[in-house]
Design a protein around this ligand. Structure first.
Ligand code: HEM
Length: 150
């Protein structure tokens, strides 16, 4: 499989869940999950897992994982309707492109997803919001795969 088949895949569409009153849950999700504090805690927890992971830890160039956790936090805040700080600081996300330097094979994806699952469950969101968030994260992680080599 060539790299070309992945082009444009970082535009991951999320599942749209609409309540029985016709409200689109996604538009309000940033507020519904608790605003900034939720995203800060989620990403801190994810990176606790990454810090201990033999596949993932060596990928991170910096000794301190704090700045990487913050970049993800700002991206996710923006994605779910919060402040646009990510864009102001980093420009267009271009996530596939930004992940291109790292070897993200299915094993790396599985490791990331495992730690993210633990991090998300630790936040104890109502099931509807947790499912909404998970549907996106799981698919976005698949879109980051850029090699099938070991
Ligand atoms: C599939 C497994 C994944 C791996 C192994 C991975 C790994 C990495 C690595 C090594 C970096 C660079 C570290 C740094 O920022 O200094 C990074 C950056 C980043 N990742 Fe991931 N990632 C994965 C999935 C995801 C997913 C699913 C998302 C979004 C939903 C995401 C969002 C980001 C963001 C926003 C950055 C910072 C980009 C920037 O502004 O430079 N990553 N990731």
């Amino acid at each position: 499989m060539t790299d070309n088949q992945f082009e444009d895949k970082d535009r991951v569409e999320t599942l749209r869940i609409v309540t029985n009153k016709g409200e689109d849950v996604e538009g309000q999700l940033y507020e519904l999950v608790g605003g900034k504090a939720f995203f800060v805690n989620l990403c801190i927890k994810l990176y606790e897992g990454v810090a201990e992971d033999p596949i993932l830890r060596p990928m991170y160039p910096e000794e301190d994982l704090g700045p990487a956790a913050e970049r993800l936090q700002l991206f996710l805040e923006q994605y779910w309707g919060g402040p646009k700080t990510y864009q102001e600081q980093r420009g267009h996300p271009q996530l596939r492109l930004r992940h291109a330097p790292y070897k993200i094979n299915p094993a790396a994806r599985a490791a990331w997803v495992k730690h993210m699952r633990v991090a998300l469950e630790a936040q104890k969101l109502p099931e509807l919001y947790e499912n909404q968030m998970w549907a996106y994260l799981d698919r976005a992680a698949t879109a980051m795969i850029n090699t099938f080599e070991d």
